[in-house]
Design a protein around this ligand. Structure first.
Ligand SMILES: Cc1cc2nc3c(=O)[nH]c(=O)nc-3n(C[C@H](O)[C@H](O)[C@H](O)COP(=O)(O)OP(=O)(O)OC[C@H]3O[C@@H](n4cnc5c(N)ncnc54)[C@H](O)[C@@H]3O)c2cc1C
Length: 399
């Protein structure tokens, strides 16, 4: 996206803006209070082709690549939505890619996904039919469960077990911080099928209506209020062995591969949140008068806005540059980590300054910058913390 935007992408931006203006903004405060977005919103976004972006048409997607889905993420926030809304509505962006990647690795043998009941049971094509296609159509909601109460950064230490029992796996354990976990119909779940450490981890798709699978708790949070987050408990949950994604004990690498996309999404949410807060703050500083003049007339205020704009622009340019490289198939995990940390750092500074320049009004629930200030705090924690990103960057430096 470092080249000038194509006509198609400008149209996608327009479409996203119309969707946010018409279908989100009148309701967002209510969803923040309700703690979730309605299922119907997924259907509306799917009809517009927004849910399917970045997924191949053969699995029910709308085509396009990572840059198209990042563009939608950016525009949702610039149009007055929020990173919380992105988390709630686009959770499939972290729940489905492992299934689609397994299907692609299979060279999609047998009937194409979407050809209906003909897809061989137990194949990735069958998982595409049951989970990917209806989710991209807005009819089902998926979530991703990796983190456990004992820890999230150290994925290789996870303790939820899946023991083979005849044609099924029996799953036992607890997952927490599951985005959309309260509403989810199915959860792409990281489980231990083998030895301790990274080499014993697999990914299983678990239907949330399976006996023994319960929402233990709806988590209350600092921000992302319209995004439901759950602790899920699994007690002897019977999962058909065909719900294994890819090969047994190869889950860790699959999780790490897909983290790149999630991190770029969070980086995009960070610079877009910064840009939205900058726009709101410039408008506020023009209108707000103190000591007989507008705030924007003070040099110290102008310089603060200039600094906010500079940080935001630098973050945007770098995140887009790294997104281009990832879309071109380059393995650049350290650069992805740098992009996330750079954008989160810019965002943290900008949302803080936006609230400060709004004065007391910036601290009120009805100020949009107040919501962004709270929502932004998760961006340096979710999808791998700032510290874990630094570890990846250091590894890239060979230290
Ligand atoms: C709102 C929200 C939504 C989320 N959504 C999901 C989801 O959908 N699915 C999912 O699986 N998870 C989800 N998460 C979990 C998230 O990915 C984890 O919170 C994150 O990975 C950190 O794990 P942790 O909270 O267990 O912290 P810990 O791993 O316990 O870390 C605690 C602190 O120690 C630091 N630390 C840890 N190890 C090191 C080290 N080696 N060196 C230096 N510092 C270190 C961390 O950076 C952090 O600051 C979500 C979390 C939140 C809050």
């Amino acid at each position: 996206m470092t080249e000038p935007e194509t006509l198609e992408r400008r149209q996608l931006r327009e479409l996203t803006r119309r969707f946010v203006t018409r279908d989100v903004l009148p309701h967002l405060d209510g969803w923040e209070r309700a703690g979730e977005v309605p299922r119907a919103l997924h259907g509306t976004a799917a009809e517009l082709g927004l849910l399917g972006l970045g997924f191949p048409e053969a699995v029910g997607g709308s085509g396009g690549d990572l840059r198209d889905s990042l563009l939608v993420t950016e525009e949702v926030i610039l149009a007055g939505g929020s990173s919380g809304l992105v988390a709630a509505l686009f959770t499939h962006g972290i729940a489905l890619p492992h299934i689609v990647a397994a299907w692609q690795r299979d060279g999609h043998p047998g009937p194409e996904p979407g050809s209906g009941p003909g897809s061989e049971p137990g194949t990735a094509a069958a998982l595409v039919d049951r989970y990917v296609r209806p989710t991209l159509a807005g009819a089902r909601i998926g979530a991703l469960a990796v983190t456990e109460p004992d820890g999230g950064s150290d994925v290789a230490a996870l303790r939820t077990t899946a023991r083979r029992d005849g044609a099924d796996y029996l799953v036992n354990g607890t997952k927490t911080f599951v985005t959309s976990g309260v509403r989810a119909d199915f959860v792409t779940t990281a489980v231990r099928t083998g030895a301790p450490g990274a080499a014993g981890i697999s990914l299983l798709v678990i239907d949330t209506d399976a006996p023994g699978c319960t929402v233990d708790r709806r988590l209350e949070k600092l921000g992302w209020h319209c995004s439901d987050t759950a602790t899920l408990s699994f007690v002897d949950v019977r999962v058909p062995a065909g719900n294994l994604i890819g090969v047994e004990n190869a889950g860790f690498a699959a999780i790490m591969r897909q983290f790149g996309t999630e991190r770029l999404s969070l980086a995009t949410q960070a610079y877009a949140t910064a840009q939205r807060c900058l726009d709101l703050t410039v408008a506020w500083c023009r209108d707000r008068h103190t000591f007989g003049g507008p705030l924007i007339g003070r040099q110290v205020v102008r310089h603060r806005l200039a600094e906010m704009a500079t940080r935001t622009a630098a973050a945007r340019a770098y995140v887009r540059q790294v997104a281009d490289r990832v879309a071109a198939g380059e393995p650049v995990p350290a650069e992805v980590a740098m992009a996330k940390n750079a954008a989160v750092s810019a965002c943290d500074r900008v949302v803080d300054q936006a609230v400060q320049l709004h004065g007391g009004h910036g601290y009120l629930r009805d100020a949009e910058v107040e919501r962004h200030y709270r929502d932004a705090r998760i961006l340096g924690i979710g999808g791998g913390t700032t510290e874990i990103m630094n570890e990846i960057i250091a590894k890239g430096l060979g230290i």
